[in-house]
Design a protein around this ligand. Structure first.
Ligand code: PHE
Length: 498
């Protein structure tokens, strides 16, 4: 009987003392010397799952008095009180109007209907009783008896007159119905055949403690099996916001892959955010309705030599062999202050600061775009950005890096598709398979010469930028991005641990 716990053994042994019996809860509590009915329920279920005990459930409907019902029990039913009142009035005072002065409106209103239905008639606003009132009295008496039989404690529905139950159920808050389930336990054939001798209770170890391991007692003890499927209370302590946990996890994955973390300011120039990345000055995404430009400071300084280099590349390709975008490069446009629209500004600045050092860097940061808020857009969100700058940097290396990252995140199915960004060639879109569909999670590519030549970098640069919120929606299984940032503690608490 190794698989049975002590409670199961005790309950089975008790039942074997009278093997033919059908046991009630109280009988089992007494026989097992338990006070907590959860023991019977738990052990009974385990024995049932082991095929040794049959459980029978009987559902009973209990009728109790509602608020009006309790009033009826104490003061009499409304129809009885009204009827008594009519009888006590002199003939000429048996009027609806007089009744309305004596009784609350909530009683006199429905009261008239009740009286009519038991045989009281109305003539020009006056109540008229029939010749023989014994019929009315019989009805009232049986109704009163009904209410009294329910009493303070309620009664099983089976014991009441069904028609009466129906008619009172249609009246407001006189009676209420609740269901209770009563269980009984009985040995099955398999249970019958268990030898009670085998059912001795043993010391079972639930938690193994360091102290225990210092001695030898645990060697002969029995270990209680741990069932991870049993329902358990959820501890409601503090926990980091799911987004913070996710950022932490992403950070540790990139660190583990040998990357170094970089950071950067939210406020940048259009020059570093866009021109350095060969985004044409006429690009629609640069417009006011897409980008948050600053009023103060409206412009920020940029070293002239950068402006010279970008002007050359944008106007005619500079020394890169490209023809550039043509037209006139507006240096004042490049100085405009803005809230960064992507974290690619961080990686490009990192390259500009140390163009001759090989690096693998990443950053997780907030970006800003003028988006209308809906279930998949926010004006403020995060990107996971990174570059590999080294002699052997290549497209396969880029794809492998991204696949490795997503595999470590728990998404082994990743594919890349051709895409377009002004600053990479080739350019890719990264897609991850989730519940059978491919979701686009980011962009990547090899920086174009128009980007790298002015920076003076030595080697090819693999670059990528991925959406954090999109990924969070997958990890946390939500379809509305706004849920991430609403202060709904109940919801946040119930989000998966990352
Ligand atoms: N910056 C791009 C975006 O915001 C992503 C990207 C980064 C694409 C680096 C290519 C290279 O969507």
């Amino acid at each position: 009987m190794a698989e049975l716990g002590n409670n199961e053994r005790r309950m089975l042994r008790a039942m074997l003392s009278n093997p033919e019996s059908t046991w009630s809860l109280n009988e089992l509590l007494e026989a097992c010397e338990w006070t907590d009915q959860a023991h019977v329920a738990g052990a009974g279920l385990a024995l049932n799952e082991a095929g040794m005990v049959e459980i029978q459930e009987i559902t009973k409907r209990l009728i109790t008095l509602g608020e009006e019902g309790r009033k009826a029990l104490n003061e009499g039913l409304l129809e009885s009180r009204l009827f008594t009142w009519i009888q006590n009035q002199p003939d000429e005072q048996r009027l609806i109007s007089t009744m309305s002065q004596t009784f609350e409106k909530s009683e006199s209103g429905p009261g008239v209907g009740l009286l009519k239905r038991i045989g009281v008639t109305l003539e020009r606003g006056a109540f008229v009783l029939p010749e023989n009132i014994s019929e009315i009295e019989t009805i009232l008496e049986s109704r009163t008896n009904f209410i009294q039989s329910i009493g303070e404690n309620g009664i099983e529905e089976d014991e009441l007159d069904a028609e009466m139950v129906d008619s009172f159920r249609s009246r407001k808050s006189i009676i209420e119905t609740s269901e209770t389930i009563t269980r009984t336990w009985k040995l099955s054939n398999k249970g019958h055949n268990v030898n009670p001798e085998s059912l001795t209770e043993k010391t079972q170890i639930v938690d193994l403690t360091p102290e225990m391991l210092q001695g030898d007692d645990w060697r002969d003890a029995e270990f209680k099996r741990y069932d991870v499927n049993l329902p358990a209370p959820t501890p409601a302590g503090g926990r980091p916001h799911p987004m913070q946990s996710l950022i932490q996890r992403i950070r540790s994955i990139f660190l583990e892959m040998g990357f170094t973390e970089i950071e950067g300011d939210f406020v940048r120039t259009a020059g570093w955010n866009m021109d350095s990345l060969f985004i044409p000055q006429t690009h629609p995404a640069r417009a006011m309705q897409d980008t948050f430009y600053l009023e103060d400071p409206e412009k920020l300084p940029i070293e002239e030599h950068w402006l010279d280099l970008w002007a050359g590349v944008h106007e005619n390709g500079g020394g890169t062999g490209s023809t550039g975008w043509g037209g006139h490069f507006d240096r004042e446009e490049a100085k405009k202050g803005l809230l960064r629209t992507h974290t690619t500004v961080n990686t490009v600045k990192h390259l500009a600061d140390q163009p001759n050092e090989a690096c693998r860097v990443f950053g997780i940061g907030r970006v800003f775009r003028q988006e209308a808020i809906d279930k998949s857009h926010l004006p403020e969100f995060h990107q996971i950005e990174g570059i590999i700058h080294e002699p052997e940097a290549s497209l396969p290396m880029l794809v492998t890096t991204l696949k490795t990252f997503y595999a470590k995140m728990g998404y082994p199915d990743v594919r890349v598709r051709p895409a377009y960004f002004p600053y990479t060639e080739p350019s890719l879109e990264i897609e991850v398979k989730w519940r059978g569909i491919w979701l686009e999670l980011g962009g990547a590519g090899i920086f174009r010469p128009e980007v790298t030549e002015p920076l003076g970098t030595e080697w090819p640069v693999c670059a990528w930028g991925m959406g954090l919120e999109r990924l969070a929606m997958l990890v946390l299984g939500m379809d509305d991005i706004r849920e991430l940032y609403q202060p709904d503690l109940l919801k946040l608490r119930s989000m998966p641990i990352i």
